[in-house]
Write a protein of this length. Structure first.
Length: 483
């Protein structure tokens, strides 16, 4: 062990950097609303004593430290007598940061059964075994969430560590929840985790510029907390609530996919609250036509017959500042609790909320490259959100593959082009992300089809989640033919 620690020290780990605390379906939570409990109060009002608490869930909490003097161990927490806290790896004096993050998690999920607590150096060296020939080691028994509320760098080991954590998520499914901030985003840059940012961060806080897979949209999610450390705890708590529900609700308990990290991530992202300024920018429009030759300055080109507007699309699935938006556990539970819905019947309409795992195989067992399902809106909706999430497949430290999946929604009842939504991009087609997202606002009643297309790569398990919320805020006038 000492030899391995010495080799890791030579890599130049910088794990001490912390994110500190800076001081017609479900309802549509309107922009500007502030809810410190991230939707928990509304969930409790709706479910009462049946509200999930995270019961039976075990979490591995990783804190910065482990090289030289420092504090990273979670000490006893007042008010949680049934909670088991088990240090793993080297111990230290109790850390205030660890207590703050754990309290943030438990404020949403007080029923969590066990928290394993270890240092980032122990996690990188002894679990991931980064920069070593040996494969990663298993997590502590029963851990279904890994919460990394520390940021920093493993220097030359960054890429290797990211590939190893993604490999582990696929091999022994657990949900990785990792904090990030501009310039410090190690575990938050994993493909197969949920990246969490502070709600007050500026745009562009987390495009993965310098690590494995540059240019991806990060973070995936924020919370009502101002800084990333407590926000990471809150999102881990949200995951614990869904895992508790997966073990107790009959419609989820019998579905093995309900505990998959892709499904949990998709449900949280689809259920997030998006302020009016939220945007996943559409692709640049075509430049305006040039004025006729010899025309005086300021003279517009001659009027022509107006063309139908192009279908808006984006190659940036998430907002650069807040990802999919602000976590809301009541809306996420609306998506997740609706259960898995099959897309096999082309004529059966989906429920207003739900999720599915795409199989990429037809009824005859033949592989296919497109999956679709009908979504019928009986009345105008305030928002329609659709999210697709999938994992990258890591073979070893040098070899990995990532399917290229596009997502679109189209009207299929002859209702016109884009007149059926006041804003949003009906097509999401990133070439680098493993998330695609569509958000349409003020959507007219009608029949729509959600379509997922496997553009490139081998078929990969893809979770799709959707949420119709409303009613619409606008007064919709009777449409003219074709509009």
């Amino acid at each position: 062990m000492k030899d391995r620690l010495a080799r890791w020290t030579s890599v130049g780990i910088v794990a001490g950097t912390l994110v500190l605390v800076a001081s017609v379906g479900p309802e549509l939570v309107r922009a500007g609303s502030s809810e410190p409990q991230d939707g928990l109060d509304r969930l409790r009002t709706r479910l009462g004593s049946f509200t999930p608490t995270g019961r039976g869930v075990s979490v591995l909490q990783v804190e910065a430290g482990g090289e030289g003097p420092g504090e990273w161990t979670l000490g006893a927490l007042e008010g949680f007598r049934e909670l088991s806290i088990e240090p793993v790896g080297p111990r230290s004096a109790p850390a205030g940061h660890a207590a703050m993050v754990a309290q943030a998690m438990l404020s949403l999920a007080p029923g969590i059964e066990r928290i394993y607590t270890g240092s980032s150096r122990w996690f990188l060296v002894e679990v991931l075994q980064a920069m070593q020939a040996a494969p990663p080691r298993p997590l502590p028994p029963g851990a279904s969430i890994v919460m990394c509320a520390w940021v920093g760098s493993a220097a030359a080991g960054d890429v290797d560590a990211l590939r190893r954590i993604d490999f582990m998520v696929n091999q022994a499914p657990f949900t990785l929840v990792a904090g990030m901030k501009p310039g410090s985003q190690l575990m938050g840059s994993a493909y197969n985790g949920i990246s969490v940012g502070g709600a007050g961060a500026s745009a562009g806080q987390g495009t993965s510029k310098d690590l494995d897979g540059p240019g991806r949209c990060k973070p995936d999610l924020v919370t009502g907390e101002g800084a990333a450390s407590p926000a990471t705890g809150r999102v881990a708590g949200g995951v614990a609530l869904l895992l508790d529900a997966a073990g107790r609700l009959p419609r989820l308990r019998k579905v093995q996919d309900s505990r998959r990290p892709e499904v949990l991530k998709a449900a949280l992202l689809a259920g997030a609250v998006r302020e009016r300024g939220w945007t996943n920018l559409s692709s640049p429009p075509d430049p305006p036509p040039a004025p006729p030759a010899g025309a005086p300055a300021g003279v517009a080109p001659a009027a022509t017959e107006p063309a139908l507007p192009p279908v808006r699309s984006t190659s940036q699935p998430l907002d650069r500042a807040v990802g999919a938006g602000r976590m809301d556990v009541a809306r996420a539970f609306e998506v997740f609790g609706a259960g898995s819905q099959a897309w096999s019947d082309p004529d059966a309409s989906l429920a207003p909320s739900g999720w599915t795992m795409l199989s990429w195989r037809g009824s005859d067992g033949a592989e296919r490259r497109e999956e679709s399902a009908l979504l019928r809106l009986e009345q105008d909706a305030g928002e329609v959100a659709v999210v697709a999430c999938w994992n990258r497949v890591v073979v070893d430290a040098q070899t990995w593959t990532l399917a290229d999946v596009d997502l679109r929604i189209e009207r299929v009842d002859g209702g016109g082009t884009l007149e059926w939504a006041s804003s949003g991009n009906p097509v999401s087609e990133s070439r680098v992300d493993n998330v695609e997202m569509i958000l349409l606002r003020d959507v007219r009643a009608g029949d729509y089809r959600i379509v997922a297309t496997l553009r490139d790569g081998a078929p990969s398990a893809v979770a799709v989640a959707w949420l119709v919320s409303g009613p619409s805020a606008r007064r919709v006038e009777p449409s003219s033919p074709g509009g």
